[in-house]
Design a protein. Sequence first.
Length: 300
Amino acid sequence: MPNLVKQNFLKELENRFGKIKRLPNSLSLFDVCEGQLRIYYRYSKIHGRNQTFYGLRKEDLKLLDGSNSVICFSWDTQREPLFIPFSDYEEILNNIEAASDGQIKASVFLGEETELYLPGCGRVNIEGFFGWEQLNQLIDKSKLTEIPDFSHSQIQTLIGSIGIAKGYDIWIPQSDRIKLDWNLTQKFSCKVEFPNRYERIHNVITEIDVIWLQRGSSDLKAMFEVEHSTSIYSGLLRFNDLHLIEPKLLPKFSIVSNEIRKALFLRQISRPTFKMSGLIDHCNFLEYKDVFAWFKRNSK
């Protein structure tokens, strides 16, 4: 039975970028714009825990080496295509050992934050990679958005603004609020007091850089620690303490930093202590450029 999701994707791809070429000996690799971009298409149904499963063939990944390429992860209810630049994950994928069938087993978790999971590497926030504009930028480098050199406070401002756009209440530590940059976003208000529900962890949780809470309630939705120059490991330990003390109450954790620290995060989150505590399944990495892309997408 033909995959209608894949057929519709390929049809839209051809409408936007002209004739596409399927690579020999593969049903999933395509060249567009006369070889300017290579796409590795993967499809999955949505399974329990709102999770998708993909097999990335090592042989197919080798054909992405050295080319301007993306991995497209697809599922039934997807509103916008998801394009992951291969260059962002090339080193990581090359170091992951394939299963007995020659494939790397990847997953995408759908929810408030869309996350990519790779075996032994934890999760990475991929909200910034949705939309056809990702391909427009890769095919025409002149359209690439210049990413400013953000400060710690500016990243806090952007994450707070994203939370507001998603309908959440925002907590940012009192001492940080005066530093927020209102040249980047429309000014928003933060919660005056943190819910008494978290009295056991009050001293730690109120110092987290940005927290999203369900509007009008004390339910936590997401936490973000911006590690601009501080230790990623210390941020993970802080999250781990919160997770161990209140495992049923706490939401998704995100370490936010620049691109060059992603590999460090993936090494640290894979430590036995974070695997045994379960933090590896509840914490992801979010790059500054992806925060900016996420903010721009919500601004539209």
